[in-house]
Structure formats: C-alpha cells, structure tokens
Write a protein that binds this ligand. Structure first.
Ligand code: C5P
Length: 226
C-alpha cells in the first residue's frame, strides 16, 4: 500500500477510544496521537494563567505558545482540565489553528492512529479506516468512576455522570466540528464489551479494511470501509 495509513478513532468522553487507539497503533506499528491532549494542553495553559477558557484571544495566544512537551497525558488528566478543553474546543479559530499540526502528524510515514472527536469528519476525512467508539452514558460514567477510584479519588457516581452528560452536550452541540460518527465510520458500541473484547473487534475491522485497501492497490486516502 502506498502512502501513509491513517486510522481515525473518534468517540465521546470516557468511551475508551484513546486506550483502544493506542493499542491499535502498537499492533499496527503506527504512531499514535490523542488529539484531545492538544485541547487539554491549551485549556491547562488558560487555567494556569487564570484566564477564561472561552476567551478566544487568550486561547489563540495559548495555542501559539504551546510547546510539544506540554502535550503529555500525565500532566493533563482530570475533569477540570477536560472541561476547560471542551470550552476551548468550541472556539472555531482554535480548532483551525490546531489542524495543521494534526494533519502533519497523520501524514508522516508510515502513518498514524489518531483519537479524537472529529478526526474522521474534519481532520482526516480521507482516513484509510474510521472507527467511532461509543458506549451508553451510564456505562461510560461507571468506567470513569472506577478509574477515579483506582487513582485514589473519592468521586460521586452521580456527579461523574452529570459532568459527562454536560461534556457530551457541549461536544455534540457546538457549531464547528461537532462530535458525530463519519458516514463511512464503523460504529463500535462497547457498552457490553470489556477492553480486550473491544480491541479484538476493532483490530479485526481495521485489518480487514487495510487488506481490502491493499487489494485495490489503493493508496491511503482510499476509503476502505464498506
Ligand atoms: O478526549 P478528551 O476528553 O481528552 O478531550 C477533551 C476535550 O477536547 C473534549 O471534551 C472535546 O471537547 C475536545 N476535543 C475536540 N476534538 C478532538 C479531541 C478533543 O473537540 N479531536
């Protein structure tokens, strides 16, 4: 197959898409980018500066000042930064400013798996394979609740569920690049699947799609989904 392979993995908060995408990248020998970290890093800069995450000018300044070493998962976890990220992510100029970075990453050989909200619809609409990973709100809240408990926190399930519902609302209702499955994405509902089972289904779909693409001699950029 000529050209870089791009696998787009989109889905709502706490759907398990990032973990799944990272495992896919490892299995396929591709680079991995969690695009949510870019928005989180911008959100954190604004919080640290005491600025409003919805302030367009401050947010654009934060994007311009962003250094690659700030885009590091361990520094950017937590609901407070996630919420700030979803506010900066609703600013069209911020999304525009972060596009070239994401596209450059995707196009670097041999290719990449990108996890996010709009990878298959906006960032890489010509991705080789697209997955949309989702689960019910209740199941996502349960997983996030368990994850917080494992980190030693004492969350309230109700509060976790309400925060996720609010983030879903902001991500799906924003005017630019709202969260939605691309028309040609394979939708993977993991409500009844554990992480290993979800990965097994995703891997099979991706490998089938890549094999179809290779058979056609198609360069990456050829839609490989049925
Ligand atoms: O995936 P994660 O929870 O780290 O993303 C944080 C926020 O960044 C999301 O709620 C969403 O608003 C935003 N985001 C986005 N587009 C992406 C990735 C994340 O709008 N591609």
């Amino acid at each position: 197959m000529s050209g870089p392979v791009v696998v787009a993995v989109d889905g709502p908060a706490a759907s398990g898409k990032s973990t799944l995408a990272r495992r896919l990248a490892q299995a396929l020998g591709l680079a991995f980018l969690d695009t949510g970290l870019l928005y989180r890093a911008v959100g954190k800069r604004l919080l640290d500066a005491g600025a409003d995450p919805a302030d367009e000018r401050a947010a654009l300044e934060a994007v311009a000042a962003l250094r690659p070493e700030e885009v590091e998962a361990s520094r950017l976890a937590g609901e407070r930064i996630g919420e700030a990220a979803s506010k900066v992510a609703a600013i069209p100029a911020v999304r525009e400013a972060l596009l070239p970075w994401q596209r450059r990453f995707a196009r670097t050989p041999p290719g990449a798996v990108l996890a996010g909200r709009d990878v298959g619809t906006v960032v890489c609409p010509d991705a080789t394979v697209k997955l949309f990973v989702t689960a019910s709100l209740e199941e996502r809240a349960r997983r996030r609740f368990e994850e917080l408990r494992r980190r030693g926190e004492t969350p309230m399930l109700r509060a976790v569920l309400d925060e996720l519902r609010e983030r879903d609302r902001r991500d799906t209702e924003r005017a630019v690049a709202p969260l939605r499955a691309a028309d040609d994405a394979f939708v993977l509902d993991t409500t009844a699947l554990d992480a290993d089972a979800a990965f097994a289904v995703a891997r099979r779909r991706v490998e089938e799609a890549l094999a179809r693409c290779e058979k056609r001699g198609g360069p990456s950029g050829t839609y490989a989904n049925p």
